[in-house]
Every structure is written in structure tokens, then in C-alpha cells.
Design a protein around this ligand. Structure first.
Ligand SMILES: Cc1ncc(COP(=O)(O)O)c(C=O)c1O
Length: 460
């Protein structure tokens, strides 16, 4: 009888992993070389055909010992590489090698955060790190009140949880009032949770207009949940948080701030002030797989009042039986709506501790500096219009006099040719290229090359 495949955990795990990691690392290099750019060339049909050919029979009768090498190579060859300086479309960061290595340990050990007996150490690490990050969001006052944070799969799950907590605190009639600039996951969460039709308040300058919010809160029957954004998806703008917080206090509205993107500014002495008002929120979304250089998933929902989380309490006898809890086994089920859950906290903890506040702050400042440098190049170029100086690390620009259709076509041509990954944002009624700069290693020459590439592909 043949022996079963080696396991990743246990005393033999590291020995089994070492040669496999060599295989993976070689395949990653080969795949990246085969790709030769920020994304695979040829467009969806060609990429799909190459992938299908590389994979072959997904479930062969007899196993294929080359599968690890071949599939990793194929995935790397078919990847969009967020570490390529010409890849600057989305809030899709290049993960730190350090965090990725820690993530491997998380996979090897495979603690599952739904019960203490599956994750004795990881559950404590999670509680510790989440407490520290919640205090980072809510400050010393928040820490005194016992503010907490939950680890999520990202901004979407955090926003859903925020709406769920609001519904449980304020009742099923709570109406979401959000800026027209808010992330789509917020109104979608209202739909998912069966809340009244959300109301979008105008954001004519890209940020939520406080006067329009005041008017909406006066006009609409409550209770209200106001959702503000710190770091909009399209432009990286930050809503006027102190004014919005004051309006919420005056109207008795609950406040959620989606800082999925902008939350990372907390680490920078230079930029932290831009988040003034964040600590007035009842809940805050923060994504460390955006401005935190973590591999997906590394989302957080920070909650100012720990009592809000009581509604997540849930009993499942096999995971948190009363007698186990009474005997002192920590009850983890109330930390999430998920059951099995990865220890995503490990890579976050390793990153926070290795880089420290100053190291993370420097990364934030580097990408913000790059955005300013790129905006200056655009501004000084007679052939381009700049939307606005960047607030975080997003730059919106378009060729002067180009039609929206031309902007869209240039973006697609660069994608199809495998030469650059730029985003798109409709703002001001016009379509803009969106460059979201999240790579701290980008150099001034890369930024110049990006602009030149767009220029060279824009019809005269
Ligand atoms: C402001 C904002 N909130 C939430 C999200 C959703 O985050 P995720 O993709 O991690 O679910 C995004 C994604 O870009 C975002 O920009």
C-alpha cells in the first residue's frame, strides 16, 4: 500500500515542506519570467487558453507529481503582479515577503479560530492584536471603554458586520444613509440584512456633503446609520469626519466609518491627522490588505462599544458548551459569523512587530509621496488633465480632450497587451484613469514610464 502524502504540520511537516517550497519558489520565478510584465498578454481568451493547456486534466485517474510546479508556474504566468510598478489599478497591494512567509506558517499549523481547542495560542494572539488595533482606531479613550476589533475577510465583510451590529442596536427599521461616494458593499449589506432602502447623500466634490447629510437626517424618519468613508475607492478622498460625527451626535444617528483604504494612515505621524474624527465612530472598517501590505485576507471591524458584540454570541455545543466555558475555555464563536477561520492575525502581528509603527508609517508615506510625484508629472504635462492633488495614494488623470470611450479603450489596450494595469473611475461625469499607488519600491522612472505608456497609446 502506498503511503499517504506528507502533512504540513507535526514534527515532519517542515521537512516535507522544505523541498516543496523550493519547487514553489522556482515555479514562481519561472512563471513571472514567462509573463514578462505586470499581467499576462493577450486578453481573456488567450490567457484562459494558456491556463487550460497548462492545467490539462484537473482530476486525472492517476495523480500528476508535477502538478505543484506546473500549476504554480501557470498561476504566476497568468497573474497580475501588484509588485510591478506598472500595476496600479486597484486597492490591491503587493504583499510583504515577511507577511507572506508568516501566512505559510498559518497554513501549515492550520489553527481554526472557532474554538479554543483548535487554536489555543492563535486565539490569544488574535485577541491581543485586535485589542491593540482597536485602540489605535479609537485612541486612549476607546481603550479605556474596552473597544474591540474583529478580524474579517475584508472591507465587504466588515461593512456587513457593521450594518448587522447597527440593526441589532437600533432595530430592523434602521436606515443606512451613506455618501454617493461610498463603497457598493454598504447598500448591498443593507439589502442582505433586509434593512429599509438606503439613501445616498450627494458627494458633489467626491466627499459626502455635510449640508446634504443634515438635510437627509432631518427629512428621513430614524433611526439612522450614517456611513462615511475615509479613503474612497475611486479617488482616495476622506469625508469631513468631524463634521459628520457632529451631525450624527446632534441627530442621534449611529456612525460607521469605512476606512478600508484610509485606515492605514493611522500608522503615519505625517498623515494620522487626516483621520481626525475616526474615534467618534461606533464602528470602523479597516483593511490591512490595502494600505497594510498583507496578502488577502486581512480585514478588521473595530467597534467602540464592546457591548455591541453581545449579539454575535452563539452557542454550538461541540464548540463552546456552557460547562466548557464555565470551566474557563475561551468562547470564540462570538468573534465572527464564520465558523472555521484562518489565523490571519499571524501575518498582521508579524508585520506590526517587525516593522513597528515607524516602519509601517514609512511605507504609507512612501506611497503617498509617489502619488504626489505622479500627480506632479501629470500636472506638468500639457497633454493630460489631473483631477486633483492626491489625498492618499490615488491619482486620477485623463488625456486632455479625450473622449470617455478613448480613455476606456486605452485602459483595455494596455491590459490586453499585458503592459500596464490602470483603474478607471467615473467622477465629475467623466471617465478618468485611476492610478492607485501601493508599491513602496516604485521609482520616479517607473512613474514617468507609466505616463509615457499612456501617452503613447492615446490616439492623437
Ligand atoms: C472604501 C472601501 N470599502 C470596502 C471595500 C471592500 O473591501 P474588500 O474588497 O476587502 O471586501 C473596498 C474595496 O476596494 C473599498 O475601497
Amino acid at each position: 500500500m502506498s503511503t499517504p502524502p506528507s502533512l504540513a504540520s507535526g514534527p515532519e511537516g517542515p521537512h516535507a515542506l522544505r523541498p516543496l517550497l523550493d519547487t514553489v519558489l522556482d515555479a514562481l520565478s519561472e512563471g513571472a519570467r514567462a509573463r514578462g510584465g505586470p499581467l499576462p498578454a493577450g486578453g481573456p481568451d488567450a490567457v484562459a487558453a494558456r491556463m487550460r493547456e497548462a492545467v490539462g486534466d484537473v482530476l486525472p485517474d492517476n495523480g500528476d507529481p508535477g502538478a505543484l510546479h506546473n500549476l504554480v508556474r501557470a498561476l504566476a504566468a497568468g497573474a497580475t503582479d501588484p509588485s510591478d510598478p506598472l500595476c496600479a489599478a486597484h486597492l490591491h497591494c503587493p504583499p510583504l515577503a515577511l507577511a507572506t512567509a508568516a501566512d505559510l506558517a498559518a497554513s501549515a499549523l492550520n489553527p481554526s479560530l472557532d474554538s479554543w481547542d483548535q487554536a489555543p495560542g492563535a486565539s490569544e494572539l488574535e485577541a491581543l492584536v485586535m485589542g491593540v488595533l482597536a485602540a489605535e482606531v479609537f485612541g486612549a479613550g476607546g481603550a479605556e471603554k474596552g473597544c474591540v476589533a474583529l478580524l474579517t475577510t475584508g472591507g465587504t465583510e466588515s461593512n456587513q458586520l457593521a450594518l448587522l451590529l447597527a440593526r441589532e442596536a437600533q432595530g430592523a427599521g434602521v436606515r443606512l444613509v451613506h455618501g454617493a461616494n461610498a463603497h457598493h458593499s454598504l447598500p448591498r449589506a443593507a439589502w442582505l440584512l433586509g434593512l429599509p432602502e438606503p439613501v445616498a447623500v450627494p458627494a458633489p466634490a467626491g466627499v459626502l456633503d455635510p449640508a446634504a447629510l443634515d438635510e437627509a437626517l432631518n427629512r428621513l424618519p430614524g433611526p439612522h446609520l450614517v456611513a462615511a468613508t475615509a479613503g474612497t475607492t475611486d479617488a482616495g478622498l476622506i469625508d469631513p469626519l468631524p463634521e459628520i460625527a457632529a451631525l450624527c451626535a446632534a441627530h442621534g444617528a449611529r456612525l460607521h466609518i469605512d476606512a478600508a483604504y484610509g485606515g492605514g494612515l493611522l500608522f503615519s505621524d505625517r498623515y494620522r491627522d487626516r483621520l481626525t474624527g475616526l474615534d467618534a465612530a461606533d464602528s470602523v472598517t479597516l483593511d490591512l490588505h490595502k494600505l497594510g501590505w498583507q496578502p488577502v485576507a486581512a480585514g478588521l471591524l473595530a467597534v467602540s462599544n464592546p457591548d455591541d458584540l453581545a449579539v454575535l454570541h452563539h452557542r454550538a455545543d461541540y464548540l463552546n458548551a456552557d460547562d466548557d466555558t464555565e470551566a474557563g475555555l475561551p468562547d470564540l464563536l462570538g468573534r465572527s459569523l464564520r465558523t472555521s477561520r484562518r489565523p490571519d492575525v499571524l501575518k498582521i502581528a508579524v508585520t506590526l512587530k517587525t516593522l513597528g509603527r515607524s516602519g509601517l508609517g514609512r511605507l504609507v508615506e512612501q506611497v503617498c509621496d509617489h502619488a504626489h510625484e505622479f500627480a506632479a508629472l501629470v500636472h506638468d504635462h500639457p497633454g493630460f488633465d489631473l483631477y486633483d492633488p492626491p489625498t492618499i495614494s490615488t491619482v486620477l488623470f485623463r488625456p486632455a480632450h479625450a473622449t470617455d470611450a478613448a480613455v476606456a479603450a486605452v485602459r483595455r489596450r494596455l491590459l490586453t497587451d499585458g503592459r500596464a494595469v490602470l483603474g478607471r473611475a467615473r467622477i465629475d461625469g467623466r471617465l478618468w484613469f485611476k492610478a492607485t499607488l501601493l508599491n513602496p519600491h516604485t521609482r520616479p522612472d517607473d512613474l514617468a514610464a507609466l505616463l509615457k505608456l499612456v501617452e503613447g497609446n492615446t490616439p492623437g
